[in-house]
Write a protein that binds this ligand. Structure first.
Ligand code: GAL
Length: 956
């Protein structure tokens, strides 16, 4: 009891671990302890026996027990899921007793035996052969415990009691699932006598001369370790003494050149991959090797839908390869240090890393910051320990260029202590911390979700930034936050932006333009990489991804946990393709006669790229020819003439990798630019006669019911979010609901027939409201083609700031379903809204209705295809063809209301019909779920709009 009680209640760091040290691989023996362990779950730690039990159950290590049948996952964003009473936690505090046998060799030959745990959530006490040997706190920190005194050859008994909650839970309030267990690898290390106890490498670059200075500090009982740089002749390298190498190839995210350092002592031989680079801040710019850094970043959490935070190196590799393939050049390890393997890969593939300490105490804001652990002396040692563990482990990695003190923990004396602890171990990297708005303890200015108008002023060092529209209300002393940010002579990063929740994020392009324009704005990190949906089942047994509230939580934050560029199974969302286009390191602009190519790499020319021009004819047949592009220096551009062949309807210039890179094959597409030159070919109509009624359009077996006014959408996560700034404390969805846009009612005011022509006028309003749109539709047919020309004009006293989610005609196609095939010329393949879709190119695209849907964890409007000039929908033996001036459409087996009513995609089934929305205009999506709303230029006001369409039945 005593030990567990102490483990739970003490705000101090864990006990009994060795001093933290660097991670490196060597020839010393490591025994992986992954696999099935014996397990016993205790619903209350205070009722468990003193010594952890050897349970009858088994459990996977690494793993999280809530995902293996014990307890349940719980999700909160900011709120602590227990009463805030630091350092205490409730009695209902489960414990998991882990036991396994550890086989040690007969001959330990003077080796020390260490246990190494890379991650145990939340706190653990460890027994070896019946003796308590220490405890761990800091769920995402590595702990090594020396058990030599208790170890014996043959079978040893290792027991670990893990508690779900402890005093240190107050330090781990990150926005993610609350999950517990030994979730990162565990190992036994057999450390030889005269081993390398620690290793510190400094590999600086002299920017002026190109020389490198290498200093290797070795901690060992061997007084003369042998050190060499593989393949480089540098004479003798003595531990602790700098050596200069006249010419080195520097490391950067764009050219991640690594050298292999070999260190040998009498007991151990290690190889470490190192990179030469120098970080400094000059003129309010963060530079590496003298060149300012431009973060095209993402925030990444560990997540797997079956295993929670127990991710494998394969999961990490998948993530980092996807990042590189999508032009991402930086990752923030939100909000804790990653598995060390992530940093090895970042070194190798080339990613700038902000390595963040395992600290967030955001929940204290909900109680007025009373007793925030960031300022509580009782937590000082624990926070310093977290910082030291990260820096000591990770400081040899060239990819890590900033240390971050944690996330959203407010100001406090412990923040300063953490900074100092980091600098004591490593003064080569600047420090980042966003949530102390004096920025006293941060070498950079850093904010989250800043609106573009405020950011622009920060870029200009404009003291009026604080009064810009949309500035956050936060203040630092008498200054507004934005004003403070604008004035301080420090580099600026947007450490979180473009909240990728549900359909979106909108407005990426506008941020990018500012980053390009203002040297002080050094880019940002999209929030976030992956949606944290957990695999579970619906009541009827169908698989689904669960979010907050799906696991019986009393307090939760719903689907706010699902806000990533990847679906939980790591399938890219459309937003990732937009990120790829916006982050592209070359910008290609095309008009009919020429292509302008601008190099946006920080430091590389374009010689790694091959360019082609693709010419597409009206039917979509593509020919391709290489484009000779001279190598372009960073920041420079070239203009090249283009020579369209006869009949070219679309030209696309594509940049691809000329050679394989470590992260993609040769030919991998990096960027594209395009220009429409003609119109897509449509098929000749079948000579069918159209019957035009005010509630249906029928021709040759094709039946379209409607049209009716479409002026609503199933609100997206962004539409549903309450935005103080732009919307005066309401949400778009609430504003639309107040206008009852989902409940249109129409009245025919004119129906004239003149031979084959029909003139239909209707007045559309909304239940209980006196605003609406008049619709004037002129329909005439000619040789099987039905020409529909519709004009919408708003009427009535619309609220001044009113927006409408879309404006168009909705039709139902009875008898069609999810397998119906669709073909269109427009943007694709994925959806596009006015402020998204940079990654979607023009062309002909095919798919089924199912393929058109983007299933976010909570259903919402999605799947709108824009800039469409031709659309075909399979209908029995024929196709319905809709051509016209650019319009947008969605096609689904359910109505907007049905889509909106569902809480999970599995609740949406076949309905025996398709709903086709043909939109004249659509409202943007923004990123209001946690950020700015839709920018003015992408907002759809109740203004006049037009649709000009030609419908025909065509043969297959
Ligand atoms: C930020 C926070 C992240 C995440 C995000 C919203 O404020 O740092 O951890 O909660 O908001 O998804």
């Amino acid at each position: 009891m005593y030990r567990t009680h102490q483990l739970i209640t003490s705000p101090a760091p864990g006990r009994g671990s060795n001093r933290p040290r660097a991670r490196f691989s060597s020839d010393a023996v490591e025994i992986d302890l992954g696999g099935q362990w014996r397990f016993r779950y205790h619903p209350r730690a205070d009722r468990a026996p003193e010594l952890p039990e050897r349970g009858d159950d088994t459990i996977a290590v690494p793993g999280m027990w809530q995902l293996q049948g014990y307890g349940a996952p719980a999700y909160t964003n900011v709120t602590y899921p227990f009463p805030v009473d630091p350092p205490h936690v409730p009695d209902a505090n489960p414990a998991g007793d882990y036991q396994r046998d550890v086989e040690l060799p007969e001959d330990l030959a003077g080796r020390r035996v260490l246990l190494r745990f890379d991650g145990i959530d939340n706190a653990a006490a460890i027994w070896f052969n019946g003796t308590w040997v220490g405890e761990t706190k800091g769920s995402r920190n590595t702990h090594e415990l020396d058990v030599t005194a208790h170890a014996r050859p043959g079978r040893n008994d290792l027991r670990v009691r893990v508690v779900q909650w402890s005093a240190s839970s107050y330090l781990e309030d990150q926005d993610m699932w609350w999950l517990s267990g030994i979730f990162r690898p565990a190992a036994v290390l057999l450390r030889p006598a005269l081993a390398i106890d620690d290793l510190r490498v400094r590999a600086d670059l002299d920017v002026a001369t190109g020389s490198g200075t290498l200093t290797v500090e070795v901690e060992s009982e061997d007084p003369v370790p042998r050190i060499s740089l593989v393949g480089v002749e540098v004479g003798t390298i003595r531990a602790g003494e700098p050596v200069t190498i006249p010419k080195v190839r520097p490391w950067s995210a764009e050219d991640p050149h690594l050298y292999t350092l070999r260190v040998e002592t009498a007991g151990e031989s290690a190889e470490v991959r190192i990179g030469f680079r120098t970080i400094d801040i000059s003129g309010a710019q963060l530079r590496v090797n003298g060149v300012p850094v431009r973060f095209r970043g993402v925030n990444r959490h560990d997540h797997h839908p079956d295993r929670g935070r127990a991710v494998t190196l394969e999961d990490i590799r998948t993530d980092l390869l996807l990042m590189k393939q999508h032009n991402v050049n930086a990752v923030r390890t939100a909000h804790y240090p990653p598995l060390p393997g992530l940093l090895d890969l970042a070194d190798e593939l080339g990613l700038w890393v902000i390595d963040e300490a395992d600290f967030e105490s955001h929940g204290f804001v909900e109680i007025g910051n009373r007793a925030n652990v960031a300022d509580d002396p009782a937590y000082e040692d624990a926070l310093v320990d977290r910082m030291q563990r990260m820096v000591a482990r990770d400081r040899n990695h060239p990819s890590v260029i900033l240390w971050s003190l944690g996330n959203e923990s407010g100001p406090g004396r412990n923040i300063e202590r953490m900074r100092q602890a980091a600098l004591d171990l490593d003064d080569t990297r600047p420090i980042h911390y966003e949530r102390d708005w004096t920025f006293e303890h941060s070498d950079l200015m850093s904010l989250m979700y800043t609106p573009v108008d405020v950011l622009e002023r920060i870029g200009r060092f404009d003291a009026d930034a604080g009064t810009a529209s949309g500035a956050r209300a936060n203040t630092v002393g008498k200054r507004s936050l934005a004003e403070a940010a604008a004035l301080a002579p420090k580099p600026f990063v947007l450490v979180e932006y473009a909240h990728a929740m549900g359909t979106g994020p909108g407005g990426l392009r506008e941020y990018e333009e500012l980053f390009r324009c203002y040297p002080r704005l050094q880019g940002g990190f999209v929030w976030e990489w992956i949606e944290h949906g957990l695999a579970t089942t619906a009541p009827d047994g169908q698989p689904r991804y669960g979010y907050g509230g799906d696991f019986g939580e009393a307090v939760h934050d719903g689907n706010f946990v699902a806000d990533g560029l990847l679906a939980p199974d790591r399938t890219p969302r459309p937003g990732l393709l937009d990120v790829k286009a916006v982050y592209a390191p070359v910008e290609i602009r095309v008009d009919a006669a020429q292509a302008t190519i601008t190099n946006r790499y920080e430091r590389s020319d374009t010689s790694a790229l091959a360019f082609v021009a693709q010419w597409s004819d009206a039917s979509g047949v593509v020919t391709e020819e290489p484009l000779e592009v001279p190598s372009i220096a960073p920041g420079e551009h070239v203009r090249l003439p283009l020579d369209p062949p006869d009949g070219a309807a679309l030209v696309t210039v594509v940049a691809r990798l000329a050679q394989p890179a470590g992260w993609a094959d040769a030919g991998h597409e990096i960027a594209f630019g395009e220009q429409l030159l003609g119109t897509p070919a449509v098929r000749p109509p079948l000579p069918e006669r159209w019957q035009i009624e005010d509630d249906s359009l029928v021709a040759g077996g094709v039946r379209l019911e409607g049209p009716t006014l479409g002026a609503w959408r199933a609100p997206t996560d962004n539409d549903r979010a309450v935005r103080q700034v732009e919307l005066g404390s309401t949400s778009e969805a609430a504003a639309w609901a107040a206008l009852h846009l989902h409940a249109p009612g129409g009245r025919t005011t004119r129906l004239d027939r003149d031979g084959d022509a029909v003139h239909l006028s209707r007045r559309w309003g909304f239940a209980g409201r006196d605003v609406g749109f008049t619709e004037d539709t002129h329909a005439r047919q000619h040789g099987g083609v039905l020409h529909l020309d519709t004009h919408f004009v708003p009427f009535g006293p619309w609220p001044v700031d009113a927006t409408v989610p879309r404006l168009g005609l909705d039709l139902e196609l009875p008898g069609l379903g999810a397998q119906t095939r669709v073909r269109w010329f427009g943007r694709g393949f994925h959806h596009t809204y006015p402020d998204t879709g940079s990654g979607m190119r023009l062309g002909w695209f095919d798919g089924t209705v199912t393929d058109l849907q983007e299933h976010y964890l909570r259903p919402q409007d999605n799947g709108v295809r824009s800039d469409v000039r031709a659309l075909w929908i399979e209908h029995g033996e024929h196709w319905l063809q809709i051509a016209g001036e650019p319009f947008s459409f969605s096609l689904r087996p359910w109505s907007d209301s049905e889509l909106d009513a569902a809480a999970h995609p599995d609740e949406l089934g076949e309905t025996g019909r398709l709903v086709l929305s043909l939109n004249a205009a659509v409202h943007g999506v923004g990123s209001a779920a946690c950020g700015p709303g839709v920018l003015p230029q992408h907002r759809l006001r109740p203004t006049p709009a037009e649709l000009h369409l030609q419908l025909a039945v065509v043969s297959a």
